[in-house]
Design a protein around this ligand. Structure first.
Ligand SMILES: [Zn+2]
Length: 53
């Protein structure tokens, strides 16, 4: 079973699950994750610590 990065379409065995502002719940490769994260497009996943804002 393989997965594809939702942004670049690269097949990657270890994808990161992320909550994207525009795309919803997607899986990303590490490169795209850090790219989207630096663009502040990622929302924190639910179930984490609620101590943020
Ligand atoms: Zn990617």
């Amino acid at each position: 079973m393989s997965f594809e990065c939702a942004i670049c379409g690269k097949e990657e065995y270890s994808l990161l699950r992320a909550n994207h502002k525009e795309l919803g719940s997607i899986k990303l490769c590490v490169e795209c994750w850090s790219g989207e994260h630096s663009k502040k497009k990622l929302l924190p996943l639910e179930g984490g610590c609620g101590c943020g804002r």
